[in-house]
Write a protein that binds this ligand. Structure first.
Ligand SMILES: [Zn+2]
Length: 230
């Protein structure tokens, strides 16, 4: 089921595209690997009505990570939600409550944070679970809207988040207001023994200049990670 293509392009880095799964309605979920080294995951969209991250992943697909870093870009893990303008997938499941770590039943179909009938019940979640377990990212970046915030953390994870926040102008404060079971980033952090994650809550809009600022910030934090990762 994996469709892969590989080519060294004019950036001088190895680029590989693969299909990592299929949505309920048959749309492909794609991953693009650029470079080689410490694996960094970048997910443009998980909530279908929060598409601003696509502008950032579009830019990143045409850029290159610092040497020693391997980007794994998943522009859109919820293609049906984007097509249908839904937060959840075509089953109305909130994919960011459907991941296997600390999954708990939450609401029912129609509830905005409906967690699905069981852990990783959705094909989009399972595609990401298999993919992330294979890639084992050291650091994952997950784009959302529109709280305009990054949560603080400690250690290297905290420094990566602070650096990103200061480069992009996003305020740092704790994200509140939801129920946080089955969250993708929390699960992804635990796939690698010293895994780290960063939820980037963009604002309501993101223009081209801001998107470029965010893409450049991904390069900067990738470099910081490479320099500090031991
Ligand atoms: Zn979201």
């Amino acid at each position: 089921m994996l469709a892969t293509t590989a080519a060294a392009d004019d950036r001088g880095v190895n680029v590989r595209r693969e299909v990592i799964g299929t949505s309920i309605q048959g749309r492909q979920i794609e991953a693009i690997r650029i470079g080689s080294g410490i694996p960094v995951l970048i997910v443009g969209v998980i909530h279908g009505r929060e598409e601003a991250g696509l502008a950032i992943t579009d830019l990143l697909e045409r850029m290159a990570p610092p040497s020693g870093v391997e980007w794994w870009i998943v522009p859109n893990m919820n293609p049906d939600g984007v097509a249908m303008n839904l937060r959840g997938n075509a089953n109305r499941v909130d994919l960011n409550r459907n991941f296997p770590y600390l999954w708990a039943p939450l609401g029912r179909k129609g509830y905005w944070q409906y967690a699905g009938p069981s852990r990783a019940s959705e094909p989009e979640t399972r595609a990401m679970v298999d993919f992330v377990r294979r890639v084992k990212p050291v650091f994952g970046i997950w784009y959302h809207q529109d709280l305009n915030v990054i949560s603080p953390s400690t250690g290297l994870e905290g420094r990566l988040r602070r650096t990103y926040a200061s480069l992009t102008g996003l305020p740092m404060k704790r994200i509140t207001g939801g129920t946080y079971t089955g969250v993708a980033g929390t699960w992804q952090r635990r796939v690698h023994p010293r895994g780290m994650t960063m939820i980037v809550e963009l604002g309501p809009t993101l223009d081209a200049t801001q998107a470029q600022t965010h893409a450049d910030a991904v390069v900067e934090v990738s470099e910081l990670l490479r320099n500090e990762w031991k």
